[in-house]
Write a protein that binds this ligand. Sequence first.
Ligand code: PHE
Ligand code: ZN
Length: 879
Amino acid sequence: MRTNQPQTIYLRDYRVPAYLVDTVDLRFELFEDGARVHSTLAVRRNPESDAGAAPLELDGDSLVLESVALNGQALAEGAFEDRGDKLIVASVPEQFDLTVVTWIEPQNNTRLEGLYKSSGMFCTQCEAEGFRCITFFPDRPDVMSRFRTRIEADRSAYPVLLSNGNDVERGELADGRHFVTWEDPFPKPCYLFALVAGDLVEKRDAYTTGSGREIDLRMYVEPRNAEKCDHAMDSLKRSMRWDEEVYGREYDLDIFMIVAVDDFNMGAMENKGLNIFNSSCVLASQDTATDLAFQRIEAIVAHEYFHNWSGNRVTCRDWFQLSLKEGFTVFRDSQFSSDMGSPTVKRIEDATLLRTAQFAEDGGPMAHPVRPASYMEISNFYTLTIYEKGAEVVRMIHTLLGPELFRKGSDLYFQRHDGQAVTTDDFVKAMEDASGRDLSQFRLWYEQAGTPVLNVSDDFDADQGVYRLTIAQAIPDTPGQTGKKPQHIPFALGLLGSKGESLPLRLAADQGDAPTDRVLELTQAEETFEFHGLAERPVPSLLRQFSAPVRVHYPWTREQLLFLMSHDPDGFNRWDAGQRLAVDVIQSLIGTPKDTAVDSRLVTAYRHLISDSSLDQALVAKMLQLPSEAYLIELSDSADVPAIHDARERVLKHLAIALRNELVACYRRNLESGAYAVTPDQIARRSLSNTALAWLLQINDEEGRELALRQFRSADNMTDRLGALRALVNSDYEDDRAQVLEAFYERFRDDPQVVEQWFSVQAASDRAGQLPQIRALLEHSAFDWKNPNKVRSVIGAFAGQNLAAFHHPDGSGYDFLAEQVCRLDDSNPQIAARLVTPLTRWKKFAPAYSERMKAALERIRDKTGLSRDVYEVVHKSLA
Ligand code: PHE
Ligand code: ZN
């Protein structure tokens, strides 16, 4: 337990490592009551370091040191110092072998960092600083070594023994034990090390690379999951092909392995040649996984695979550079998903996540730049800013350079830095050098935190036929950062004429034909663009495709938004116009009497969307989703959540009553025919029919109820079954709710991934997820405090999605969360720190709420023996 005050680590203190480790030889003896780790490091002084003959310092955490030897000679007591978090050897030669033996207890490891056990198997998680929980080592990504790993374990309990690279030797040992030795030819930082030992079934496939190399593909899962591997395997093959075609990147080892584990803090991990996945991010079948899960799995499999180049072959110099691999890799996986499905829908999903959650992070106490300047606990910096905003930053470079120059830039980056640990600046430099573009101002995207706000105004000079657009940018202050400089922002736009036609965008300097879609480059605090040759005042379509992660303010009228909703050729902005209109309507109803009229134009617009089957149904499915409560909260300054919830619900019910017949017709029209497939067309159909169902049940429609019950019983896939379940759970039909929940549980009780869904449908429901019911879920026999997915599916879903219940005016939701955070802090600090997030946003809420949220944070702060993880989040939130 760490009770002394956590330290802040600064980027400016970075020093190259004093010693390098060329090779690592590991031997793991795995037992039921612990594991012995023998490690031999080939160490030498770093010629680039000015530290000279400094003592050798290795990182450690929760290790029992058994022995230390230098060049094979056991070191005497005084020759080294074991400080717990460091092993220090005061005097070492220029080059030597160091052998360290440690004892660890994977069976008691509930933090899920380092080596631990999950459903009877051994597995590891080393990013960011988990390797130090296995053995003493310079645990930093700029120390890259070649690993050789021998694993010894009981043969019958652990027939499968895996590590990175190729298996080079295997054999029998005494007492029913056996061993396998693995060798990874590529030098790597220790955070990419992995080991798995268990009784797993192996699924095999093969992939032939563009240059004709045959790659062995293997998935390892528990026997009960053997039938849930096909989708991930297919996704992997598509990813491998795509990375060759789009980035010219081939896989480099002979074997690629994926392992599914149930207890995992994150989604998945890109360990070299041996990716480890949270079961919920890799296992799928038609019967148990929703469309959303299928898409998520495809994206995560691709993400981890793409890391083999963007992350493993070229890695991060230090953890401040985390977005170097994560931002770039998220950008790559989003391009991939876009190519595999509907690009507009993918863009809408990415922008929604960014605007709802990343903007909230940028506006909160943990706001940080894409390349942070300091941190206390690196685990807290696996954030939406590093991942999603980081991806947007790379995407802007792609927009500014265009696809060809961007590809030249990525080729140069991979070629120049292969085998190195580098910085985000090296990435930008490669893009500059390959394209000849100056990205010096653009680099501010990496250094300045906060979401830029663009205030746009315009005027039309009818005599001259000139339309002037003035754009002012400002970046709000964030903790520790004020007075920010203007950033370089690609701003895509179009102008529409009164018949919905696209008008030419002719700037004064233009010659020849003017485009109807173009990207302006903003670089000043305020600038004006003049478009010439216009006969009438246009309607502006701004920030098309969400070309930059910024907020745009422009005083569109409701009429203009309705016009853009049906005419904008940019699908993203069509959707965005619908969102802006719905936000405006909902916001105007907050706090008004129950019978206040809802703008009938919204009904007309939605009627058109629901009824016109000639429209792109995938886009319609997105446009029908009202802005979420979380987004409405994000847009407000002093949020009163029950009032927001009420206004949104009133609009939804009003639409549902007015469009009742259209909804029934929409439901019937989209009822599935033919074999289930995860295609954009079928996904849209299922989304539309399930939205129609959900709306009908919000207004207690008897026919809707019957349709839902029938769908629940007869569905041949999880999307429809869960859609019906969710609609009924969120309805007033209490008896039905209880019955379908029970039937669902009985059918799927042995499938943890489905039980997680079952938990979260309830925890996120304003009907089934009031606090007493949430507490009952925590007592349920399927709930498991040691399993992060279960914790997230109840506590996370309650605090993150069931917002009206979480923000109950009596503060009980906050107290509940504080209690659970304190409980989890002792067993799994990483998960505890993530669960705190909703409370950290306390300043966003109306005083009656924010005071109680703050009090809950203070209660967490005062817990004794708080982990560094939770300490950082809570203290920064209260600062
Ligand atoms: N590097 C992983 C990814 O983004 C995420 C991760 C981080 C997993 C830390 C585990 C621990 O793919
Ligand atoms: Zn990643």
